[in-house]
Design a protein. Structure first.
Length: 325
């Protein structure tokens, strides 16, 4: 598999010798993260298509031949509002992930506003789909998420954020969240985890293979360490984004640990929980409801199947703070 082969290759790298090599490594990481998210999304899209009347002729994903899938993908995008145009435009920019470090002498932080807006759109459709499953009257089939077009808009926003990050002058964004920023890797890997573990719409809500899980969580942890060491912790708006990235990462790990994981998850689990306790004190949050309200300031569903797991993660992590310890 292309994705696993690329990951195995990247894991042979030694620490970069200089800034240029570090940028080259990150550009390769970014391409991998985009490819990983595209595959996670495609798996779910195929499964939702097979569950729809249009896909009833197939019993499983395995029955779709590569040729049939190749024909279906452009057909699917043709039904989306601007879906085909957005995807073609974003695809045309993919070579930028292979630019040399001479062309991208510095990788700037990005404003995650457009990525988060797309996540909010996906969350709204997810909530409609969830209400349909619970018997609440609403015309929302599983495939409506894809016809709505927000996953394609997200792909476009991810690539545009990468282009902005490579620009010599950081892009200026106006509006109430103009000063919110994140590393590109931090916001994109967390977005993938949110779509997988919180909404269950990436990879059909199933945990990734252990090697992939390790890579994604390690990438998020490195971003979070940088956030905690920087000045962003002093800004209330930035703290909300950092807390969202942190809690989603910890939740993604907690969800995977239910399925059984290797021992390496133990130390990372402790690191995430320690960080949650630190930022909870900084933000003066004690209850799950307060934490939930903060998460919703970025993006969080009003109701979802794994709510009890999220609350348990918060309660178990912060129980020692109740007495001021």
């Amino acid at each position: 598999m292309h994705l696993m082969g690329m990951l195995s290759y990247m894991e042979t790298w030694e620490n970069p010798k200089d800034e240029q090599e570090a940028i080259s490594h990150e550009l390769c990481d970014r391409y991998f993260i985009v490819a990983y998210n595209m595959i996670q999304g495609l798996k779910s899209r195929v499964d939702d298509y097979l569950a729809s009347p249009a896909g009833a002729a197939y019993n499983s994903r395995c029955q779709l031949t590569p040729q049939e899938l190749e024909q279906l993908i452009p057909e699917w995008h043709s039904y989306e509002a601007n879906g085909a145009g957005l995807c073609l435009e974003a695809m045309s920019l993919l070579p930028s992930f292979f630019a040399s470090s001479a062309i991208c002498p510095k990788l700037n932080p990005v404003n995650p506003f457009h990525v988060i807006s797309c996540l909010k759109g996906i969350t709204r459709v997810f909530e409609m789909r969830s209400s349909f499953k619970r018997g609440i009257s609403h015309d929302a089939s599983p495939y409506e998420l894809w016809d709505h077009g927000d996953p394609s808009r997200l792909f476009s926003a991810v690539v545009e954020a990468h282009i902005d990050s490579c620009s010599p002058v950081p892009a200026v964004t106006n509006g109430p969240r103009a000063y919110m920023q994140s590393s590109w890797t931090g916001i994109i890997v967390t977005s993938g985890m949110y779509l997988n573990s919180v909404l269950g719409v990436w990879n059909s809500g199933q945990p990734e293979q252990d090697q992939l899980l390790h890579y994604i969580l390690r990438s998020s942890f490195q971003d979070l360490k940088t956030c905690f060491a920087g000045s962003d912790m002093h800004s209330p708006l930035s703290r909300e984004l950092i807390f969202w990235k942190l809690f989603v990462s910890a939740f993604h790990l907690a969800r995977a640990r239910l399925e059984g994981c290797n021992a390496w998850t133990d130390s990372l689990n402790l690191e995430f929980r320690s960080m949650i306790r630190v930022i909870a004190r900084e933000m003066d949050m004690m209850s799950w409801q307060e934490a939930r309200t903060s998460l919703a300031q970025i993006v969080w569903p009003a109701d979802f199947d794994r709510e009890d797991l999220a609350k348990a993660l918060w309660d178990e992590t912060t129980v020692y703070q109740v007495g001021g310890l």
